[in-house]
Design a protein around this ligand. Structure first.
Ligand code: FEO
Length: 182
């Protein structure tokens, strides 16, 4: 049984590890943003299925799952820091798209927005001297470079393809080979 002073020390240590309210709110907001991304990509997957592009649909379904795993990383981080996860309402994503190119242009644009959100979150963590959150966010900052690069490469390929059906089907087959690790 620890003595009174030890108890105080344990309490202080726990408070130091705990998240500041503003940072916690911002991470909760980011959980929602990641889940919205999952919803958006799942909607894009449904569109791709509807226009008979199963490879694109598969790619988007995996992308959606990846976004859920991002949300869960933040979820676990809040719990590990002794904070409280507060789930928020998720907006309805768009349902219709113009073309596969439109899908990937919107993906790229969305990922750029997510990158900006993570940068703002990082700036807050710096302002609050929250080093653990900064370390956690480093992973996401690196991940965003990869996410933007992937979307941008597919946008460029789709622009080159234009309205050439066989080339589009070839890309569809290639996107259908995406594994769950990437
Ligand atoms: Fe979770 Fe696509 O960023």
């Amino acid at each position: 049984m620890p003595g009174r002073s030890e108890q105080t020390l344990i309490k202080e240590r726990r408070e130091t590890a705990m998240l500041n309210k503003g940072v916690q709110d911002a991470i909760n907001e980011q959980i929602k943003n990641e889940l919205y991304s999952a919803y958006l990509y799942l909607s894009m997957s449904a569109y791709c299925e509807a226009v008979n592009l199963p490879g694109f649909a598969h790619w988007m379904r995996l992308q959606s799952q990846e976004e859920v795993s991002h949300a869960m990383k933040y979820f676990e981080f809040i719990n590990d820091r002794g904070g409280r996860v507060v789930l928020q309402a998720i907006d309805q994503p768009p349902i219709e798209f113009q073309s596969p190119l439109d899908v990937f242009q919107q993906t790229l644009e969305h990922e750029r927005k997510v990158t900006a959100m993570i940068h703002r979150l990082y700036e807050l963590a710096v302002k609050e001297n929250d080093y653990a959150t900064q370390a956690q966010l480093q992973w996401f900052i690196t991940e965003q470079v990869e996410e933007e690069k992937r979307a941008s490469e597919i946008v460029e390929r789709l622009k080159m393809i234009g309205d050439q059906g066989p080339a589009l089907l070839m890309l569809d087959r290639q996107l259908g080979e995406r594994g769950s690790g990437h």
